[in-house]
Design a protein around this ligand. Structure first.
Ligand code: UGA
Length: 414
């Protein structure tokens, strides 16, 4: 099938490359020329395991092309995906500016019946009440679908091609049929519903995963006081199939472009309809405070003022260069307030951190950090940091449960 995708971020590019790998003919539309050129040269603008290889493969087969020419790509397509960002406003409310402008672009270029698919994460009601009216301005016929994405950064391709489910919120049987054709070679179970329910499935999923993490952190914080290892606790808890072990790892808290933003957006939507969501509010509160617990542990051993403090791991998790809402940012800010000298390293996120904090010492590897500091704080669980010998003779404050041979070792929840 001929597919156009607006937006080449994590979701847009992964969708494009994966659909092309299944034999569809894909045009990825973006407004940034450098990104378009980079993609067409076989280089992914985002770091993602296996992306460059798959991108090169589908480009070579002529199944994918990035373009600035939205009109042509939309005109040719049978299905158009909206994969633009939906950031938070200052009050947590979802900002739909990119969605509206992408919908307008589609509306202005609709030439024949197509299915328009919202893949961006949008609060319930957006597809029907915001996107659909803009498309209707075209006066042309279209079908509409809300198809939330469940991929994780760091395993985006694997998750897209082989995740647990595909949710299709469709407006008609005809749209359902076209969307089933898009996903014809995918092994996942397909769940059919309406667009508004599909939107809520995405928020409920992310909010429940975030809740599991904050729950694990809250239990973990009590475990720490009682001398219990919260990982052992969750290993025992997770044997109950109703609960499952996944997303129960305590640590420095969740970050990234999704959980914090999506929980805030849902909270805001709840308030709008007169339902303040107390549980989710607490999920965010636990998460906001979690990175600071590492600083409290640090202070147990050393007064950070004027001391050399190491931070290993800056990305919000391993496998990505993404630092959005990363716990490392809260820790850096606090250490700077306390007048510590920071030495930091991350295998992938250095460029992004350099832009935000030009004055901290960014080292070439973990060993260089350790060699320069009195205390090492582990904030992301990159495999590079898993050599226990690295930490010999040091004080280690661990937010990601990496076993070390440190002289003094403090785990955050164990
Ligand atoms: C998350 C969801 O897992 C995806 O299903 C969803 O599609 C995506 O958001 C999205 O909405 O786009 P992602 O943010 O890429 O994916 O990363 P996760 O692997 O879910 O991790 C999120 C954060 O939670 C990380 O900071 C991670 O370190 C933390 N985490 C995760 C924990 O602290 N403990 C855990 O047990 C698991």
């Amino acid at each position: 099938m001929k597919i156009a995708i607006i937006g080449t971020g994590y979701v847009g590019l992964t969708s494009g490359v994966c659909f092309a790998s299944k034999g569809h003919s894909v045009k990825c539309i973006d407004v940034i020329e450098e990104k378009v050129d980079l993609i067409n040269s076989g280089k992914s603008p985002i770091f993602e395991e296996g992306m460059d290889e798959l991108l090169t493969d589908v480009l070579g087969k002529g199944l994918l092309k990035a373009t600035l020419d939205a009109k042509n790509a939309i005109n040719e397509a049978e299905v158009v995906f909206l994969c633009v960002g939906t950031p938070s406003s200052d009050d947590g409310k979802i900002n739909l500016d990119y969605i509206k402008s992408a919908a307008k672009t589609i509306s202005e270029n609709l030439n024949n019946h197509k299915v328009i698919v919202v893949k961006s994460t949008v609060v319930p009601g957006t597809t029907i009440n915001v996107v659909k009216p803009i498309l209707e301005e075209s006066g042309k016929s279209f079908g509409i679908c809300m198809n939330p994405e469940f991929l994780k950064e760091g395993s985006a391709i694997k998750d897209f091609l082989n995740g647990d489910r595909i949710v299709l919120g469709v407006d008609s049987k005809n749209t359902e049929e076209i969307m089933r054709n898009v996903y014809t070679n995918f092994p996942q179970e397909i769940f059919i519903t309406n667009p508004t329910t599909a939107e809520m499935i995405k928020y409920a999923s992310n909010s429940l995963l975030a809740t599991k993490i904050s729950f694990a952190n809250e239990i973990g914080n009590v475990c720490k006081k009682l001398g219990i290892d919260s990982y052992d606790v969750m290993d025992g808890v997770g044997l109950d199939k109703r609960l499952s072990r996944s997303f129960l790892n305590s640590g420095a808290g969740f970050g990234g472009s999704c959980f914090p933003k999506d929980v805030k957006a849902l909270l805001h939507k709840g308030l709008e309809v007169g339902e303040p969501m107390t549980l989710l509010k607490s999920v965010l509160k636990v998460n906001d405070e979690q990175p600071l617990r590492l600083i409290e542990l640090l202070k147990k051993h050393i007064n950070p003022e004027g001391k050399n403090i190491g931070i290993l791991g800056l990305a919000f998790k391993k496998g990505t260069d993404d630092i959005r809402e990363a716990p490392s940012l809260i820790i850096i800010d606090e250490l700077l307030k306390l007048k510590a000298n920071i030495f930091a390293f991350d295998p992938k996120a250095m460029e992004h951190i350099k832009k935000l904090y030009p004055n901290i010492n960014l080292m070439n590897n973990a060993q260089e950090v350790v060699d320069n500091v009195d205390v090492v704080m582990i904030v992301t669980d990159w495999d590079d940091f898993k050599n226990p010998e690295l930490y010999s003779g040091k004080i280690v404050i661990d937010g990601r449960r990496i076993k070390t041979n440190a002289e003094v070792y403090e785990g955050i929840c164990w």
